[in-house]
Design a protein around this ligand. Structure first.
Ligand SMILES: Cc1cc2nc3c(=O)[nH]c(=O)nc-3n(C[C@H](O)[C@H](O)[C@H](O)COP(=O)(O)OP(=O)(O)OC[C@H]3O[C@@H](n4cnc5c(N)ncnc54)[C@H](O)[C@@H]3O)c2cc1C
Length: 556
């Protein structure tokens, strides 16, 4: 079907939002922050829920005739796994689903297309915080946070987005929006008795959860954070008698339906901007340091490596572009003394530890106490040095470096481009001192110029190689390097994605991580929610490496 026909048909079906098929728009939406490219036929901007329902019914009615038709939801498009791109219809939630709703002292309602930065500004005006924000907090929207089950620097204390979703408004595959929230047994029975599509989804999902109860519970990865597969282990709990379909939808990357509204659980906002910075010389001794730090219950425990540091020093102009003059000059002045210190022996890793406290003095005291506790490692030359940075003014440069490193890489370093394909694995912190040197060996073996940054306390690392993706030689490295790293992660019982999700890049690895039986259960979940495969095809359980590989970007 031509796009003109689609425009006319959509209008006939009652769709009132914009339908945009200009080359410029299709080019822009053919990328997210991943290394892939999929060009959509058309980008639509629904005005409201009724428009989203119309779209779903429209595609559902035509799918049997045109198998290529599909709907891929998109919020801010910062997905690193290729989750927000596809070849058919992109449903852009940023244009009209950008309103914040009711705010209480413990919750906030919002539409998915609200930028986290705007949501955060409003929430702080009410003394509230949504803690699982990603490092892309200035770029991402809350719809993407929910559908990727995002996490970030505060996840070590608060957990991920899944822990903050009270309820969702969700357009199911029959084109009807309904509320999805935790149900008790009586409410569940009532739902299952319904004769409509929602009743069928509840019946089938409950049966699936009951039939494979032990297998499903055992499949839950033994790491503090996970965004791979569908979170079905938290859907049905026999002990509490709570059934919550929202847990399968959160982190589903829009493969099960469309999220149109979110009610978040909120916590009181407070500041914990001060940090102890630890410049780590010997990562083989990281295990001891991590144990000491984690035992003190930090509110954040982040890291970035020597390559990130060198890159930041080398590409000051890019920092300038990202930050603007004022922040840039501040950063320059504060970094220069540290830069000189680095030259004496560049640390392999920079660790950042923060604590919560009721006053600046309390935070200051905790930071100093950890410094004293770790002094012995400096005496043994395992640590280069420390910096106590108990206020936001003193710690900001490190947060900027940590949060902006990937973004800095994205803004073209010479002729190379970011290639996130081993960008989000999780390995329990107790294995890190053995795991990290092995990881660095693989990175050296494939001559990948890669930065490593991450959430140290969760053992969640973002390794972002810079590659010439258009060069067949560089492309040929991707699969073998990914295989070696993923196998290493799985050997230490880790997860292939802590927060960035599966998309095109990790979908093909689900069997390696979970085994056939569990992946069959995931496929059943997809089939129950989306029997015609209209939502975001080629992602998660529907992904294949051949398809993904053939859609790696080859021009920039
Ligand atoms: C510099 C940088 C740093 C990052 N750091 C982190 C990090 O620390 N932690 C982290 O978790 N992620 C991180 N990411 C990845 C990404 O930014 C986050 O996961 C973010 O939450 C995605 O939000 P978004 O609005 O851009 O979503 P999008 O990219 O628009 O979408 C993400 C996924 O959700 C689906 N989706 C979006 N809206 C809807 C909807 N309304 N209904 C159904 N499905 C929907 C999309 O189809 C897609 O599969 C980073 C990315 C960048 C570029």
């Amino acid at each position: 079907m031509g796009v003109v026909d689609m425009k006319q048909e959509l209008a006939k079906a009652g769709f009132r939002g914009e339908v945009d098929d200009s080359l410029e728009t299709r080019d822009f939406y053919s990328h997210d922050a991943s290394m892939f490219e999929l060009r959509p036929k058309v980008v639509v901007r629904p005005l409201d829920t009724q428009d989203v329902e119309t779209l779903v019914r429209y595609v559902s009615a035509r799918k049997s005739k045109d198998k290529t038709l599909s709907l891929t939801a998109r919020s801010a498009g910062t997905d690193m796994s290729g989750g927000a791109i596809n070849t058919s219809i992109i449903v852009d939630f940023m244009a009209h689903f950008n309103h914040i709703g009711k705010i209480t002292h413990t919750s906030m309602q919002t539409q998915p297309g609200v930028y986290y930065r705007d949501f955060d500004k409003t929430s702080r005006e009410h003394g509230l915080l949504l803690p699982p924000y990603p490092a892309s907090r200035d770029l991402a929207a809350v719809g993407g946070m929910v559908n990727n089950n995002a996490g970030g620097e505060k996840s070590i204390e608060f957990g991920k987005t899944e822990q903050f979703v009270n309820e969702l408004k969700f357009v199911f595959a029959d084109g009807v929006e309904r509320t999805v929230k935790p149900l008790n047994r009586k409410e569940l029975d009532k739902k299952m008795a319904q004769k409509d599509f929602e009743g069928e989804v509840y019946r089938k999902m409950f049966k699936l959860c009951e039939d494979y109860y032990d297998l499903i519970k055992e499949a839950k990865p033994h790491v503090t954070k996970n965004s791979t597969g569908y979170n079905i282990w938290d859907v049905w709990d026999r002990e509490t008698g709570v059934f919550n379909l929202a847990n399968a939808i959160v982190g589903g990357q829009g493969t099960l339906g469309m999220v149109t509204n979110i009610e978040f659980r909120m916590v009181p906002a407070r500041s914990d901007d001060g940090i102890l910075v630890i410049f780590m010389r010997d990562i083989n001794k990281l295990g001891d340091v991590i144990q000491t730090v984690v035992a003190t219950k930090p509110s954040r425990f982040e890291s970035f490596d020597d390559q990130t540091l060198l890159l930041a020093l080398r590409f000051f102009p890019s920092f300038l572009k990202l930050l603007g003059w004022k922040k840039f000059i501040h950063l320059m002045f504060s970094l220069i003394p540290d830069a000189l210190q680095m030259v004496r022996g560049i640390p392999k890793l920079v660790l950042m530890v923060s604590y919560k406290g009721n006053s600046e003095e309390e935070v200051r005291a905790k930071i100093h106490a950890l410094h004293m506790q770790l002094r012995k490692h400096k005496a043994r030359y395992e640590i280069n040095g420390f910096e106590e940075a108990p206020t936001l003014g003193q710690s900001e440069k490190f947060w900027i470096m940590r949060r902006q490193s990937f973004n800095l890489l994205r803004s073209k370093v010479k002729d190379k481009h970011t290639a996130p394909f081993i960008d989000d694995f999780v390995v329990s912190p107790e294995h890190l001192s053995v795991f990290l040197p092995k990881l660095r060996k693989i990175i050296r073996k494939y001559k990948l110029f890669a930065t490593i940054a991450g959430h140290m306390g969760d053992g969640n690392f973002h390794v972002i190689p810079l590659m010439k993706l258009e060069d067949p030689k560089d492309r040929a490295k991707i699969l073998p390097a990914m295989r070696e790293v993923n196998n290493l992660v799985l050997k230490y019982h880790g997860s292939l994605s802590g927060e960035h999700n599966d998309g095109l890049v990790r979908g093909p690895w689900l069997k390696a991580m979970y085994g056939n039986e569990v992946v069959d259960i995931f496929k059943e979940v997809k089939d129950i929610f989306d029997p015609q495969n209209i939502f975001n095809p080629h992602k998660k359980t529907d992904a294949s490496w051949d398809y993904s590989f053939n859609h790696i970007r080859d021009h920039f």
